[in-house]
Design a protein around this ligand. Structure first.
Ligand SMILES: Nc1ncnc2c1ncn2[C@@H]1O[C@H](COP(=O)(O)OP(=O)(O)OP(=O)(O)O)[C@@H](O)[C@H]1O
Ligand SMILES: [Mg+2]
Length: 495
């Protein structure tokens, strides 16, 4: 059952950009191994090589004692039982769940596809991850958490001996995460080796037997999980002692609200929601997945129909029709669905940055030199790690895509900014930078709204936190009631 895998001096370059500088190590079969490292350290790249999606530039991958032949792709790796659950989902939006699960591995009866068998097997795999949904549903109609669960189900249907999970819980609820951990324990008991990549160090601490740390394309440490603390893990990743995660809170500002929302109703998702945010204020939104937070703001921005409610920006009533329209009124939104709604991943970095503020570069013709200069500044300011400025957004590592998305929504110079899961997939060092950035934005007089599933993030950062449950705003908490316990009580409705 168990698989033996060894990397021998693996390097990887994309054109002139060297990403892996010679990684050697062998995996212990039947163990859960945590793979840690900052955004851009090379974790996903190394795992894509292991799973056959990329080939090494030099060096070898040895599986069960045999050097893997080049060119086999992910199919050859899957035939060896090595399956990758992608960080940036790798699903075809136009196909159904069942079609995605069996893409390239279709079950046939004679010359025909056996849809019934594939549907049933898909249903079973979905049940394993706790997703009760019709296998014929098209992937485009799923929310991000469901897409993540489908990715996992797809891997399970492949009968993996080595399962690589690249940030599987970034979009999951605590309940779904627990179920995944139980599943991992079952798989481990059955002899499956698991490589677990996550920036959530508490999860790494809980689920893994040992941790392997990468920094700048090299392997820098390997320790039994029990012998290192979370703080030590973080320090190993960044290569220095990390200071406090959160900046000291500024006093809550007084003064008129910049944004004032009354009675906003987004049919099916949010009902009669009212709130306001002042200049310099950071307002959090807490709630379980499905509580309607994202949908509320999508309604506010004109991405979903609204049936009631008024919105005032700086005292003037506005009817926002689209995110672009909202940007013109001084409100921008960082989507939680970075790949779907946030970035145009097949475009370069430059259009991604400037798309919502193109007016600024059109006088009347676009000025690419000015755009390029803006990109250079943003890469510097937001610490976006990229080998070159002239790459597609899709070639950035997950966390660096998130930084680019953040730079994009701040580029138009908004007075109100809504950040939906701003630190999803970013490493501890970058998280700290984002928290300090949010604080600076507030200091500069912006109204900042942070939607987050990380309670500590809301508590550490926000002046007030609004809690939503089942589409309704339950309460707004502030010191001294802004505690993890109170947030959970109101988000779940149970004491
Ligand atoms: N197709 C590509 N073309 C050019 N550069 C690439 C490509 N794929 C990855 N890179 C670069 O390789 C480096 C490592 O990326 P990788 O995705 O492996 O990082 P990671 O450790 O998984 O980071 P994260 O924690 O953000 O997911 C990054 O600098 C990235 O920009
Ligand atoms: Mg990655």
């Amino acid at each position: 059952m168990s698989v033996a895998v060894e990397f021998r001096n693996v390097t990887k370059a994309f054109g002139p950009v060297r990403v892996l500088h010679g990684v050697s190590f062998s995996l212990q079969p039947g163990k859960v191994v945590g793979l840690l490292g900052e955004n851009g350290a090379g974790k996903s790249t190394l795992m894509k090589i292991l799973a056959g999606y990329e080939s090494p530039t030099t060096g070898e991958v040895v599986v069960d004692g045999a050097v893997r032949a080049p060119g086999g792709g992910s199919r050859a790796a899957e035939a060896q039982g090595i399956v990758l659950i992608h960080q940036e989902f790798n699903l075809a939006d136009d196909l159904t769940i069942a079609q995605n699960v069996f893409l390239g591995h279709e079950i046939k009866r004679g010359p025909f596809l056996d849809d019934k068998a594939m549907r049933e097997k898909t249903r079973a795999a979905l049940a394993q991850v706790g997703l009760q949904i019709d296998p014929d549903t098209r992937v485009r109609n799923l929310i991000v958490a469901e897409k993540q669960l489908v990715e996992i189900a797809r891997a399970l249907a492949r009968n993996a001996r080595l399962l690589i999970m690249d940030e599987p819980t970034a979009t999951l609820t605590p309940g779904e995460t627990e179920r995944l951990f139980a599943l991992m324990a079952e798989l481990k008991a059955a002899g499956v080796t698991i490589i677990y990549i996550s920036h959530k160090l508490d999860e790494v601490e809980r689920t893994t037997d040992e941790v392997v740390v990468m920094r700048d394309g090299l392997l820098v440490a390997r320790e039994p999980t029990a012998s290192v603390t979370r703080r030590q893990m973080a320090n190993l990743m960044v290569g220095r002692e990390l200071a406090d995660l959160f900046p000291p809170k500024l006093p809550a500002p007084a003064g008129q609200p910049i944004i004032n929302v009354r009675g906003l109703t987004v049919p099916g998702w949010a009902e009669d929601v009212s709130f306001e945010v002042r200049r310099g204020e950071i307002l959090g939104f807490a709630g379980l997945v499905g509580a309607g937070r994202t949908e509320l703001f999508e309604g506010l921005l004109g991405l979903r129909p609204r049936s009631a409610g008024t919105v005032e920006l700086s005292g003037k009533p506005v009817q926002l029709k689209s995110p672009r329209d909202a940007a013109r009124h001084g409100l921008t939104y960082l989507s939680e669905d970075r790949k779907g709604k946030g970035l145009h991943v097949h475009f370069g970095l430059r259009p991604n940055l400037t798309l919502m503020a193109l007016e600024r570069y059109a006088k009347p013709w676009l000025n690419p030199a000015a755009e390029q200069a803006a990109l250079r500044d943003a890469v510097q300011e937001f610490g976006i790690r990229t080998g070159s400025l002239d790459v597609r957004a899709s070639s950035l590592s997950g966390g660096n895509q998130q930084k680019l998305a953040l730079a994009k929504v701040l580029h138009p110079g908004p007075s109100v900014v809504v950040l939906d899961e701003p630190t999803r997939g970013v490493d501890v060092g970058a998280k700290r930078e984002i928290y300090h950035l949010v604080q600076r934005l507030a200091e500069q007089g912006l109204a900042v709204i942070v939607i987050s599933s990380e309670l500590m993030e809301l508590i550490g950062l926000c002046h007030r936190v609004a809690v939503m449950r089942a589409g309704r705003l339950q309460t707004t908490l502030q010191e001294p009631n802004l505690t993890e316990e109170e947030l959970i009580v109101h988000a779940t409705g149970t004491r």
